[in-house]
Design a protein around this ligand. Sequence first.
Ligand code: BTN
Length: 258
Amino acid sequence: MISKESVLKGLKTKVVGKKLFVFESIDSTNACAKTLAETGTPEGTIVVSDYQSAGRGRLGRSWISEPGTNLLFSVVLRPILKKESAAILTFYSAVFIARALERISGHGIECKWPNDLLLNGKKCCGILLENSFLQDRFDFSIIGIGINVNQTSFPDDLGNRATSLLKELGHTFDRTRLLQELLREADVLLPSIKKGDVPTIMDEWNSRCLMFGKPVTITHGDNCVSGTALRLDAEGGLVINTPSGPSTFYAGDVTIVQ
Ligand code: BTN
C-alpha cells in the first residue's frame, strides 16, 4: 500500500502535496477532494487511494481499477481564473502528467483530446476535472487522475484500447516514486497557470498531440461526425473540418481513422 510517510519523504514541492490524505479504500478520491475543498482545504491538497469503490470517469462513466496496482488520486486547485478559462486546467494536467510519466518510464507519451494520455497509442491515463465556481470565477477545481501502472489485464469491453506501464514496458513501476514525480511536475508547472502563461502549456500539449491533419471521428452520445482534425480553439474545443465546413466540439470521444 502507498503510505503517507513514503510519499512525503524527500518531497520538496512548494504547494502540491503540502497536505496529503492517503486511503486504502474510498468511494472516489474526487468526491473526497471535493468535500475537503468545500470545507476550505488549501490549494495543492492531494487525496490518494489504493482502491475506489465508485471511481468516476468522464461523461458519467465509471473508472474501474484493480486494488493496489495503479495510481488513483485527486489534486485540489484554487486557480485565480475566470470560468471561460477552465480548459487550460485540462491541458495543464495532461502536460505535467506526461512529463512525469516520460521521466519515469523513458518513453514518449501522447496527449489525446480532450484529456487522455496514451502510451504506444493506447490509453494509460484518464483525467477528470470537476470545477466549482463562485459567480464567474473559480472557487476550486478537482483534478482527478487515474494512471494504469501495474495492472496486467483489462475488461474485454475496453478491447485493446486500455493499457498500463507494465503491459507496454514489461516491468513493474514503483507507484510511490511515480506519485512523487507527478506531484513535483504539477508543482513546477503551477506558476504557469498563476502567470496566465497559456502558450507554454498549449505548445507542449499540441506538440504531444498526433491527430492534427488526420481523419478522425468524434462521437458524443448518439452524435457521430467525421472529418479532419484541424486545431484547438481558444477555449480548448477541437476544430474539425467536416464535409459541411469547420465545426468545433467541446466534448466527445475522438478516434483517428486508420
Ligand atoms: C476518464 O474517464 O478518462 C477519466 C478518469 C478519471 C479517473 C480518476 S481516478 C482518481 C479520480 N477519482 C475519481 O473518481 N476519478 C478520478
